[in-house]
Design a binder for this molecule. Structure first.
Ligand SMILES: *Cc1c(COP(=O)(O)O)cnc(C)c1O
Ligand code: SF4
Length: 467
């Protein structure tokens, strides 16, 4: 240490959380009656859909305006007033704004692709992607409540040449699932399936429900994030509940997206028997720092959503500016696992090109190995010998040091001396000792010798702390 006090920024505490305040509104909609504001139809009808509208709501410089005006013809734009109101208008790099408002950077594309996951190539019938043995993806619509600027299926949300042009045959999609008994899990996606007219949604969900080999119907949706009001509608909730097999796959990327409105919707979905799991996309400027990611994961748990996947941002055309290095993802995972409740830990995945599918990545916890044991690392940096099988050691004892000592078995762990856990342990020990001394007048603890090693196996020395 250089004598400077360590920077005390405990991002694990709730202190710096924004208080759960009243729903915010952009001044434009301040006078809208609550009844309308809470009505998804009003939200949808009043969504910001043009650069002309944006100009009146947010500060832009003239170059930006010209650039995003041109992009209007390329990619669809829609931001419901509710979601728009989460933007801090004073911050041009606001994470909610970056996700929803067109950026001039969308015009730059280096090596990004229209269909990076080659979903269209793994498609036996239009609308279905069947890549994994027991599950498939079903695209039911190209409509979304908000068009995410980073969308993997941006090709579908483009104005021209998008999926508007492709005709899906809904019956053929259902038929495909019915004819393939190996399919146990159908991911109903889009676009956003919760934008479908209720009758259409019911057709998809109930048809799938009635296929005996389908155990799980997952609905991938950003409606809880961008238009939670849609799920205030009992008709919608009834359709979902009566399907019985539904799991909801939410998509939250920033802690500020988790509002009292979201909490309300999560409660209804859970009450009606739907487990909630979340996808997050790792994005530059939105959530590519540990503090934000920790806040997001904790906020999700508070509304009982289980973090499921953290996606590396796909190389999708028009979204290259959101991409981070893989190291950034690993750095974040290193700061989550062990530090936060295990329930708060998503799996970090890269969706591989050429339809390779999701591949998990994580920091290295396996440090070394021998025929006898492995050396593992925990989140504190402790290195520990772990013998998985009950068999005699085969290694000859040799003068040694470091990790090799763990392999040899002359030491069982190397522990960072300043870890909080070790400090706590020392404190427990002191308290125990003090108590024992108090009581020692009446009691005499016999210090038992540990039992001798069985079968002549070499005994491992008890945990010496190496400093
Ligand atoms: C993500 C995905 C799935 C589901 O994968 P899980 O790992 O089971 O969540 C299924 N099919 C396709 C094409 C996918 O992209
Ligand atoms: S809601 Fe989903 S499909 Fe629609 S734009 Fe956002 S990420 Fe893409």
């Amino acid at each position: 240490m250089d004598g400077q006090p360590a920077r005390q920024q405990d991002t694990c505490s709730f202190d710096d959380e924004e208080p759960p305040g009243k729903p915010k509104r952009h001044p434009l909609w301040r006078k809208v009656p609550k009844k309308l504001w809470d009505d998804w139809r009003w939200q949808s009808q009043n969504a910001i859909r043009s650069v002309r509208q944006l100009r009146d709501l947010l500060p832009f410089n003239p170059d930006e305006l010209e650039a995003i005006g041109k992009l209007e013809a390329e990619y669809k734009l829609a931001i419901p007033p509710y979601y728009f109101s989460l933007i801090n208008v004073a911050d041009p790099n606001d994470p909610i704004r970056l996700q929803s408002v067109t950026s001039p950077l969308e015009a730059n594309s280096n090596f990004e692709l229209e269909d990076p996951l080659e979903e269209d190539k793994d498609s036996p019938v239009p609308g279905i992607t069947h890549r994994y043995p027991d599950r498939c993806l079903m695209v039911t619509t190209h409509v979304c409540t908000m068009y995410c600027r980073f969308c993997t299926r941006k090709r579908a949300t483009m104005v021209r040449g998008g999926w508007d042009a492709i005709s899906r045959d809904d019956e053929r999609m259902i038929e495909y699932v019915r004819e393939h008994p190996q399919i146990r899990d159908v991911i109903v996606s889009g676009g956003d399936p919760l934008t479908l007219p209720p009758a259409k949604l019911k057709y998809f969900l109930h048809s799938l429900r009635d296929i005996p080999h389908v155990d799980v119907i997952r609905i991938g949706t950003r409606v809880p994030t961008t238009l939670p009001q849609r799920l205030y509608d009992p008709e919608m909730l009834d359709i979902l509940e009566s399907t019985e097999k539904v799991w909801i796959q939410t998509h939250f990327n920033h802690p500020r997206e988790i509002t009292p409105e979201v909490a309300r919707v999560c409660k209804s979905l859970l009450c009606r028997g739907m487990p909630l799991n979340n996808h997050t996309v790792l994005m530059k400027g939105v959530n590519d720092d540990l503090a934000t990611m920790r806040k997001l994961m904790r906020a999700l748990l508070r509304v009982k959503i289980r973090p499921y996947y953290l996606f590396h941002c796909d190389p999708v055309i028009g979204a290259g500016h959101f991409r981070t290095s893989i190291w950034k993802g690993l750095e974040i995972m290193e700061g989550l696992r062990g530090h936060l409740s295990g329930l708060a830990i998503p799996t970090y995945v890269v969706d591989a090109p050429h339809g390779g599918g999701k591949i998990p990545l994580l920091p290295n916890y396996l440090v070394s190995a021998s025929d006898d044991c492995v050396v593992l690392r925990n989140y504190e940096g402790m290195l520990v010998r772990y013998q998985a099988e009950d068999k005699p050691t085969t290694i000859e004892e040799t003068a040694n040091r470091g990790v090799s000592q763990l392999i040899q078995g002359t030491k069982t762990a190397i522990v960072p001396p300043d870890s909080e856990r070790m400090q706590r342990r020392r404190q427990y020990l002191q308290t125990k000792k003090a108590k024992a001394e108090e009581e020692s007048a009446s009691c005499c603890d016999a210090h038992e010798e540990p039992p001798p090693a069985k079968n002549g196996r070499r005994r491992l020395t008890p945990l010496p702390v190496v400093s």
